[in-house]
Design a protein around this ligand. Sequence first.
Ligand SMILES: [Zn+2]
Length: 359
Amino acid sequence: MSSSPAFRPLPSLAGARAESVPGVKLQKLRRAALDAREAFVREGPVAAVATCDLVTFPYPAQFAFSGAALSPAPYVMMTNRMQVVQFVDREGERRTLLFNPSDYEKGVAAPFYRALRERYGAFVSDKVMSTRHGTVQSHLASLGLTPADVDYIAFDHLHIQDLRGWLGGDGMQAYFPRAKLLVQRAEWEMVKDLHPMQTVWFVPGGAEVPRERVVLLDGDVWLGQGAALLSTPGHTQGNMSLAVATSREVFVVSENGVATECYTPLQSAIPGVRRHAEHMGWEVVLNGNTREDSLDQYSSMVVEKLFAGTSAVEGAFVNFHPSSQLTTHVLAPALSPTIVLPAPNFGDVRPTPSARRAA
Ligand SMILES: [Zn+2]
């Protein structure tokens, strides 16, 4: 494994995470998240962030809102998105991180989506139920970046991911010549030895990449000014969220919720969501396709909610941006998002100086 670059931990969150009683832990996390946010924002904004739509695809409605939504439609539609983040690190270097660069042509090999394709046929699943917006490669080209500009790639978690095309392995040529994978140690260890209840969401062999391309993280990581990866376990054991500060707000991105309103369910117009949250006393509604660590997922969503704060454009909503965004679609009546916030975009993405020197 590669040694960890000079990243800093975020102040005060680690202590709260060590608490074992779930209710106490949540209380400690609430305070810690606000303290960490204050330190994060005080340091100033990120250099640049751009959001790129990748693909719209079906996802079971019962999972999307943990059973809270009342539509008879079996699927919601979600749009996978990638963030291109540029930050100045401790050494004063501008670095480029791709958050959720999904190689979605390969992701359909995960057993869940392979079975869907078998049930509906390739034409229906690939053409009717899916819409391709752009690939990682095409988005980078339109931002003026080459594969050598990418220093790091990271994912909120490794469901449906195949890393081999990006980093090499299994005889595949690496598309990114320099990039390293930033991944939580817990996620990396889990994916090497999956439990039967986890297997359905993972691409077989998808994490078989050269060891020297992998940087293991333990907890929250402050990448550089205005950019951090928050440890938000629950959906998977090594789940992470991207946090990006601009000059006026903090964006938080993950797949813990499928829509911004999942963080303020009393404001949801999706039939059933508000009433169910009220009945259950939930302040957040989980994306619930895994039930591995639901208490942790709930608490992680509260951390995300407090760290993000409110949107600068829609103050009644939390500035949370799903990496898989619930998307209005004719196949999913009554399952449209109540609000879609403007996606994280700030500053100007530029070629990475260290890539030019290395060339
Ligand atoms: Zn997932």
